[in-house]
Write a protein that binds this ligand. Structure first.
Ligand code: PGA
Length: 251
């Protein structure tokens, strides 16, 4: 049985005041029966991790090297040192804004796993790819290219996949539940092909893209959806807490 995960991606939002959100979440979900993760900007990780109770704290990106001459970058070891347990990798905003390709995402994921972080690896098609009917091929390619091998430590504990259709991120548009189910089933099948049934069944697959309190229960009822990666609706307790509660109710 996969333990569900409600993950928040704050993107480039949040200052010291926002630590209150994490404290309030921790209090509201002190006895949560699902995993809760918040990925604030890097500037808040250490302070957030110092008192986040049941809320795990993650980074939103990391470099593939442990240290060195990489101005502005943060290594997986530094994230761990600051108290992070997870890191989001290959988000479509990184792939688009920073030219990250599958090879880079895979190298980062290998480094993250080596440092003891859980790699939350994002995949997802563009609207043009969906319209062209190539969604499942695109997802297969991204999984094959971005997810490290078992020999690199990839397993159900170290890897989480987030399916995030690019056209659904921050747009209020959500695929139909059938479309989400098709992609999640496809991801599960590819993971089983590659890692075998045990590990393939153990890796959690999140849905992300315009998840809100109002659609969370429907999304969480879809087969092979093990939780959500939530952007905008993770910035306040009022918005995020009902999503966590919906995930708990989904059992
Ligand atoms: P959104 O973002 O929930 O604001 O659509 C999701 C994400 O990019 O992870």
């Amino acid at each position: 049985m996969r333990r569900k995960l409600a993950a928040g991606n704050w993107k480039m939002n949040g200052t010291q005041d926002s630590l209150d959100v994490i404290a309030a979440l921790a209090e509201a979900h002190a006895t949560a029966i699902v995993d809760i993760l918040v990925c604030p900007p890097a500037t808040l990780i250490a302070a957030a991790a110092a008192g986040s109770g049941p809320v795990a704290i993650g980074g939103q990106d990391c470099h593939m090297a442990e240290s060195g001459a990489h101005t502005g970058d943060i290594s997986p070891l530094m994230l761990r040192d600051a108290g992070a347990s997870h890191v989001i990798l290959g988000h479509s905003e990184r792939r688009q804004d920073h030219g990250e390709d599958d090879d880079m995402v895979c190298a980062k994921a290998r480094a993250a796993i080596k440092a003891g972080l859980v790699a939350v690896i994002c995949v997802g098609e563009s609207l043009a790819e969906r319209d062209a009917g190539t969604t499942l091929d695109v997802i297969s390619g991204q999984l094959a290219g971005s997810v490290p091998d078992a020999a690199d430590g990839a397993d159900g504990a170290s890897v989480v996949i987030a399916y995030e259709p690019i056209w659904a991120i921050g747009t209020g548009k959500v695929p139909t539940m059938a479309q989400i189910g098709d992609v999640h089933d496809h991801i599960r099948a590819r993971l089983e092909d590659r890692f075998g049934p045990e590990v393939g069944q153990a890796i959690r697959v999140l849905y992300g893209g315009s998840v809100k309190a109002g659609n969370a229960a429907d999304i969480f009822a879809v087969r092979n959806v093990d939780g959500a990666l939530v952007g905008g609706a993770s910035l306040t307790v009022q918005d995020f807490s009902p999503i966590v509660t919906a995930l708990e109710a989904a059992g």
